[in-house]
Ligand binder design. Structure first.
Ligand code: NAD
Length: 430
């Protein structure tokens, strides 16, 4: 896993190299790379009776296309370089999806698992009090990210609305709720937000299979990670007829390779078994007794190296690197996690002809659903689950097809094309 400062430098380097090929001037690219501002705040909080001053950040990278947009993570390893890099990715991601948003990211340096519920609520609200002046429904719209969830966002929005009312801000109450997305459905949230990212990934999978001329029933798919993204992705992909031949969580996975990838796993059964046993690697056949039809346990390393049509890393960053890139046998990779392939591995696999759908396109349904939630709040018009999924499908298919055409046109890979499209939207023609 690279240091966070490396993630920012690597992304900046990529922008310089792709931007140069698109004929953007060096100074224009440097001005684009630099975030508009990074705010650092002190968050004093009483933990076990003693005041501790935690550090928080909000990086606002670019708002040339609309309000800043991006999640807030609570993690011990959050630092300035990481939020800067993630805010830059958000600027690219929202541009590729064609949303009227810019890019931002926030974070607090904390292990939330060490806090009591009361302390966590206090911290969430204190963070809002400290960044209140720089966020708002038309300014900067935060959302959940690593270790933050609808419950935390509900606390944050509650505090935001309270202060905004005290200050007499000129927005309707519903619009004020639009300052945060990822709220619970009952608290001005969006029906469909939970499954959005995985669903969007399955839309991309269908679009990719179509381009490759592959029938879903004849396409084997391997998914690493079985959390929010991996589970819904697998479920929707299976509903479209694809064969999910292996899935995993942090403890390992299961595959039906022994059975020759004949039917694929039954995702509902894997889910039920994981709920019951706590980990997927315990869900396989012992003798003639099978929890999930036919299956065999395997490690996460083995899973990545399976000979299947499409590999879908949906857990962590940097799981495919110079260490294991030579062993990857999939014909295409959909990056549902953020940054699962290191730059070196990306170059190697791309040169080998492996198609890689980049994270900034593949997992963009999450931020697109956030956009729909915000629009619902600021316009005061509620969307049904069906309407949400339909609109996500339209936006994602359009973005994918645009990137695919650009890649064909420029004879480059999909990441190159995605960046090129983002540059055109953000910087105009070179
Ligand atoms: P999650 O916490 O719900 O699930 C993560 C999954 O990864 C879990 O199944 C966990 O067991 C598994 N995992 C953890 N360590 C692992 C390891 N070493 N090997 C294999 N599996 C491991 O998280 P999520 O919301 O599903 O997010 C997954 C990825 O997608 C992250 O990179 C996240 O940044 C990205 N992402 C998520 C969203 C979203 O809307 N949730 C949007 C965009 C991008």
């Amino acid at each position: 896993m690279p240091e966070h400062s490396d993630v920012f430098s690597e992304t900046a380097e990529l922008i310089r190299s792709i931007g140069k090929k698109y004929k953007y001037k060096e100074d224009v690219l440097e001005a684009f790379i630099a975030p508009n501002r990074v705010i650092e705040v002190s968050l004093p909080i009483k933990i076990n009776g003693k005041i501790k001053v935690l550090k928080g950040f909000r990086a606002q990278h670019n708002n040339s296309r609309g309000p800043y947009k991006g999640g807030i993570r609570f993690h011990e390893e959050v630092d300035r370089a990481e939020v800067k890099a993630l805010s830059l990715w958000m600027t690219l991601k929202t541009a590729i999806a064609g949303l009227a948003y810019g890019g931002a990211k926030g974070g607090v340096v904390v292990n939330p698992k060490e806090l009591s519920e009361k302390e966590l609520e206090y911290l969430s609200k204190e963070y809002v009090r400290k960044i209140f002046d720089v966020i708002g429904p038309t300014t900067d719209i935060p959302a959940p990210d690593v270790n933050t969830n609808p419950k935390i966002i509900n606390w944050m929005v509650e505090e935001y609305v309270k202060i905004a009312k005290d200050k007499g801000l000129n927005f309707s109450e519903e619009a004020l709720y639009g300052t945060f997305t990822g709220k619970s459905i009952e608290n001005h949230g969006l029906s469909g937000r939970e499954e959005a990212t995985g669903y969007g990934g399955a839309v991309i999978l269908n679009a990719l299979a179509k381009k490759l001329g592959k029938k879903p029933s004849k396409t084997s798919v391997v998914v690493q990670g079985f959390g929010n993204v991996g589970y819904y992705f697998s479920q929707f992909a299976q509903d479209s007829g694809f064969k999910i031949v292996a899935v995993s969580d942090s403890k390992g996975g299961v595959t039906d390779k022994e059975a020759g990838f004949t039917n694929g796993l039954d995702i509902e059964k894997v889910y039920a078994c994981k709920l019951e046993k706590g980990k997927i690697s315990d869900c396989y056949c012992v003798g003639g007794v099978c929890d999930i039809t036919q299956g065999k346990g395997l490690t996460n390393e083995e899973l990545l190296e399976l000979e299947a049509d499409i590999l879908v890393p949906s857990a962590l960053g940097n799981v495919i690197t110079s260490e294991n890139m030579h062993k990857i046998k999939a014909k295409a990779i959909i990056e549902m996690a953020n940054g699962p392939i290191s730059p070196e591995a990306h170059e190697y696999l791309s040169k080998k002809g492996i198609i890689i759908v980049p994270d900034i396109l593949a997992n963009s349904a999450g931020v697109t659903a956030s956009y729909l939630e915000w629009r619902q709040n600021v316009q005061g018009v509620k969307m049904t689950n069906e309407q949400v999924l339909k609109e996500l499908k339209n936006i994602l298919e359009k973005a994918f097809n645009k990137v695919w055409r650009e890649a064909e046109d420029k004879k480059e890979d999909l990441r190159y094309a995605s960046y090129g499209i983002a540059f055109k939207k953000l910087l105009g023609n070179p």
